[in-house]
Design a protein around this ligand. Structure first.
Ligand code: UD1
Length: 424
């Protein structure tokens, strides 16, 4: 099993280009199959999750190829409506194919993605939305079969602004007959990116980025070339890493408007942030200050996907901070690992009470999920001594060769293969 080995205590410095957003690319790859022909996507990150999605598209009959950050799909041969259970269990985002397959072939067979390390993660809102558009849904055990000869526009009110459900309903509604309105929609930037992509293929959608999205059904979509937005969570992760190492880092190709709440929180801790178009400079010379309370919530509030990482900064801040997680119930798995590195964190239900310590110490730790893994990397960069992180396949799902990215900024971080590990 590969591991990351980090020698901590080196301030990060230099400039780095932020790669494209995984959470925008995944639904967009799924949406692409609704057009017949060749779709070209650029700024697609080279991540294991993207590889799994391309594998699923191939299993449906699509030609899919990634070269660098460009993905080319030829969707002409798509004929398969069944997503095998082992692919569903590899990646929850396979549920994004529900809407597009229903729209293109009138049928989709898949499996409940099940829970994962960060919580139960139900798909009831996805299914309710598709059913409101006229899909017939049959569930047998964990198998789900959705069918629809013609989807029909409808007014759908979401009980919670689920990102994935909003995206699935948008995709299914694009070629439905008539008008669909999603009320209480999620407002994440990735949803705006999906809208822009679908509109580039000829869809007629307005409102993404607000809580009401309106989709006027069109007869067909045409292939296009599209550039994915930058990854705001990768950007936020690098910003926090720069801050905890008392570094000075310039992030290029970012969209600061997607990071408003994170920028606000970091500034409250005393981190200096300068913005110039799509370039951001982050530096921190002094010990960060504690923040009274951070509450994760749907966009534009503080993102749950940066909760683990900000907790590392607060672990080193001066004073007591409270972090309340309201999106996923199981998202404090990193706390035990950070505690092993010397952090002082107490968890009570969905709140973490973090008393800042002067320093963290290197330790052998385990990534339990993607963002928890990113938090451990940040902690390792700031810690005194050597940190060894196991289970880094979680990190590879969302960060393109994180060790290369950080080495570029002066970090001492290395990926070890099993053979090398044994020699140590
Ligand atoms: C997406 C992101 C993920 C991020 C999350 C919240 C992708 C690929 N993933 O996940 O990185 O952490 O948004 O910003 O874009 N829920 C239900 N029923 C449903 C759907 C969701 O109860 O049908 C609940 C979930 O269990 C969770 C909450 O709603 O507690 C938020 O989930 P959702 O917004 O759907 O997140 P994802 O789309 O899964």
């Amino acid at each position: 099993m590969e591991k990351l080995v980090i020698e901590g205590g080196k301030p990060l410095s230099g400039a780095i280009k932020i790669h494209g957003a995984k959470n925008a690319a995944l639904p967009i790859l799924a949406a692409a199959i609704m057009a017949e022909g060749t779709v070209t996507l650029t700024n697609v990150p080279e991540l294991s999750d993207i590889g799994v999605m391309l594998g699923i598209l191939r299993s449906l009959g699509c030609e899919a190829e990634q070269q660098g950050d460009t993905v080319t799909l030829n969707t002409m041969g798509i004929h398969q409506t069944h997503i095998p259970e082992h692919l569903m269990s590899q990646m929850r985002s396979s549920i994004f194919l529900m809407g597009p397959l229903l729209a293109r072939l009138g049928r989709v067979e898949l499996y409940q993605p099940g829970g994962c390390a960060i919580g139960e993660r139900k798909i009831d809102l996805h299914l309710k939305g598709l059913s409101a558009l006229g899909a017939k849904i049959e569930e047998t055990g964990s198998k789900i079969v959705c069918t629809a000869e013609q989807l029909l526009g409808a007014e759908i009110a979401l009980d919670f602004p689920s990102v994935g459900a909003t995206e699935n309903i948008m995709m299914a509604a694009v070629m439905a007959k008539g008008m669909t309105t999603i009320i209480g929609a999620a407002r994440e930037p990735e949803i705006q990116d999906l809208q822009n992509f679908l509109n580039s293929m000829g869809a007629n959608i307005i409102g993404a980025g607000t809580d009401t999205i309106t989709i006027e059904g069109v007869k067909e979509l045409a292939p296009c070339t599209y550039r994915i937005i930058p990854d705001r969570i990768v950007a936020g992760t690098v910003m926090i890493a720069a801050a905890v190492t008392k570094g000075n880092v310039t992030l290029e190709r970012v969209n600061p408007a997607h990071l408003t709440s994170a920028i606000h929180v970091l500034k409250r801790t005393g981190v200096q942030i300068a913005i110039d178009g799509d370039i951001m400079n982050v530096s921190c010379l002094t010990r960060p200050k504690a923040v009274e309370r951070i509450i994760t919530s749907p966009h534009p509030a503080f993102p749950t996907d940066l909760q683990s990482q900000i907790m590392v900064l607060l672990s080193l801040a001066d004073g007591l901070s409270i972090v309340k997680e309201t999106v996923f119930e199981g998202r404090f798995k990193h706390v035990d690992e950070l505690s092993r590195m010397g952090a002082d964190i107490r968890v009570d239900l969905n709140s973490a009470f973090i008393r800042g310590v002067p320093r963290l110490y290197g330790a052998s730790v385990e990534a339990t999920d993607l963002r928890a893994g990113a938090a451990l990397v940040i902690a390792g960069l700031a810690a005194q001594g050597t940190t060894i992180i196991d289970q880094i396949h979680h990190i590879d799902r969302g960060y393109d060769r994180i060790e290369l990215m950080l080495t570029q900024l002066g970090a001492k971080i290395q990926r070890t293969t099993p053979v090398q590990t044994e020699k140590h």
